[in-house]
Design a protein around this ligand. Structure first.
Ligand SMILES: [Ca+2]
Length: 72
């Protein structure tokens, strides 16, 4: 289980050159959780915000470690 601790978190989704969002294993993302106004073309990587919504974002931006794993 991953728990967000107040910051965004990358997950393994990316937009390809044809505008299709896929997980890195190649599976197309059929169910999405975009927050209002997203995706807005600000990048091709998928970022989760605290609370669980998604944003697209620049893949090259560094990100702080933002999640902790707990075995519950
Ligand atoms: Ca965005």
């Amino acid at each position: 289980m991953i728990v967000l601790v107040g910051k965004d978190l990358w997950i393994n989704g990316q937009e390809n050159d044809y505008g299709v969002w896929k997980y890195l294993d190649g599976t197309q993302i059929d169910v999405t959780f975009w927050i209002e106004g997203e995706p807005n073309g600000s990048g091709k990587c998928l970022r989760v915000v605290p609370g669980g919504g998604w944003r697209d974002h620049d893949c090259n931006l560094a990100m702080d470690i933002s999640a902790r794993n707990f075995d519950l």
